[in-house]
Write a protein that binds this ligand. Structure first.
Ligand code: NAD
Length: 442
């Protein structure tokens, strides 16, 4: 049986969730620290704050968003009043990744509940402390047949995907995204896929180099580079490359000190598998900064690699770690050739004070979203859609768009009875001339 909810009930439970998250804030920080040594500052900024702000926005606007919207009627149907109803899909499955384990599990959950759905959430098995806490918080707030957290790994995920759902919202890798899409196709289930890719970051000769370096270091090494929209590789104009690298090195040292391994502001890599995967990417490369790693504590220092070959591992795969490869370019044609080697990225960044150049780059390449003269921050504006294109994903969410993602938009025309234009009814004899006149008149 579907668990049906009134707007009042949804609002009440979302408010309860908000209070519970505020109450458990310390525990959330601790869980994230236990899972991968996440600093408290980053836990608040990139996890708790996002969920709280989405909750506040949703609670404030849910009545307005859920209300049937009257749209301008089509004059051909005169007289009528036309509406769009937001209807819950029904049973929603949310599968979340580990890299922002609290935020990426709860953000879609908030909107799925707001839109009136029944939800099953599967958080990542790679962040057990956070997943356990999510399960506890959700258990405190929701009825089990309304929202349920099912913890577990790949097998649990596969079992869930084998069931029939009315909507699936998946965040994770492209490889698993394809598995999700196949499973969804079995029941023609609509999906959102929030995936990854290789995000280019262009530094033009006219960039403010110091500021660009500061903002790139922040966007790349926050969460130790384990961010789906982190700049994956830099493409720097050859005229400014040496100076830019000097700025990058200085900014990394300013942020994390001479020994990032003892910095309390720097995360660890999530597990041994990923630590091995990332350290392998440094092998045989021209490491010009960092390059230190320690299996104990799964540490990898912020690392810069100069001019890796396009065939190397670091340039073939999504890095998803604290390694920053730099490639020099001279012409816009060089840029195009490099970027078009890859599938459409989730994010693209361009740094320049040349407005025409920025505009050209934004228009030339297809990507999920991005910034001019900054990194990551497009994510934070709930008025901007967040999602990928091509291999980086299907669909977008955040703010009102998230509510819409989890609502079927039902179109209804309410026709009046006081007038009934006869022209559309058979027999059609001698009517086509009038039909054309009427249709083309509007
Ligand atoms: P993942 O695809 O390995 O796992 C994501 C979820 O899918 C987990 O809950 C996991 O248990 C489940 N899963 C894993 N293998 C499965 C399988 N074979 N069948 C069914 N379910 C399976 O991703 P991850 O390692 O947790 O996260 C990293 C990836 O996610 C990166 O590629 C990153 O770019 C992407 N990502 C994207 C976004 C976004 O918003 N677009 C955000 C964060 C991460």
């Amino acid at each position: 049986m579907l668990f049906k909810t009134s707007i009042t009930y949804r609002k009440k439970t979302l408010l309860k969730l908000l209070i519970a998250i505020e109450k458990h804030e310390e525990e959330i920080n601790q869980a994230l620290y236990n899972d991968f040594k996440k600093p408290e500052f980053e836990s608040y900024l990139t996890e708790t704050y996002f969920v709280l702000s989405e909750l506040k926005l949703t609670i404030k606007n849910i009545n307005k968003w859920a209300k049937p919207k009257m749209v301008f009627p089509n004059l051909v149907n005169f007289p009528s009043t036309d509406f769009v109803y937001s209807e819950p899909y029904g049973k929603v499955l949310i599968i979340a990744p580990w890299n922002y384990p609290f935020h990426l599990a709860l953000l879609p959950l908030v909107s799925a509940v707001a839109a009136g759905n029944q939800v099953v959430l599967k958080p990542s098995e790679l962040t057990p402390a956070t997943s356990k806490l999510i399960s506890k918080i959700v258990g405190e707030v929701f009825e089990k047949n309304h929202v349920e957290v099912i913890e577990g790994g790949i097998e649990v995920s596969q079992d869930l995907l084998a069931q029939r759902w009315d909507y699936i919202f998946f965040t994770g890798s492209v490889t698993v995204g394809k598995i999700v899409a196949k499973a969804a196709a079995e029941h023609v289930t609509p999906i959102t896929l929030e995936l990854g890719g290789k995000n280019p970051c262009i530094i033009d000769e006219k960039a403010n180099l110091r500021l660009a370096a500061k903002r790139i270091v922040w966007g790349k090494f926050i969460n130790a580079g384990q961010t789906c929209i982190a700049p994956d590789y830099l493409i720097v104009h050859k005229k400014v490359k040496i100076e830019f690298i000097k700025n990058l090195k200085e900014e990394i040292t300013l942020a994390y000190g001479e020994n990032p391994e003892i910095s309390s502001d720097y995360c660890s890599i999530i597990n041994e598998k990923n630590w091995l995967r990332i350290t392998k990417m440094m092998e045989g490369q021209k490491v010009i900064f960092g390059g230190k790693s320690n299996k104990k504590g799964f540490f990898i220092s912020p690392t810069i690699i100069d001019e890796p070959s396009l065939e190397s591992l670091v340039m073939r795969e999504e890095i998803f770690g604290p390694i920053l490869p730099i490639i020099g370019y001279e012409t816009e044609n060089d840029l195009e050739q490099l970027i078009q080697n890859y599938e459409k990225p989730l994010a693209l960044y361009v740094f320049s004070t040349n407005t025409c150049f920025n505009k050209k780059i934004i228009q030339k390449f297809s990507f999920g979203g991005g910034c001019i003269n900054d990194t990551l921050i497009h994510f934070s504006n709930h008025r901007l859609p967040f999602g990928g294109v091509g291999h980086s994903g299907i669909g977008a969410y955040h703010g009102k768009k998230s509510f819409d993602v989890f609502s079927h938009k039902k179109a209804v025309v309410k026709k009046a009875n006081w007038l009934d234009n006869q022209i559309r009814y058979a027999p059609y004899k001698n009517k086509i001339k009038w039909l054309k006149k009427i249709l083309n008149w509007f």
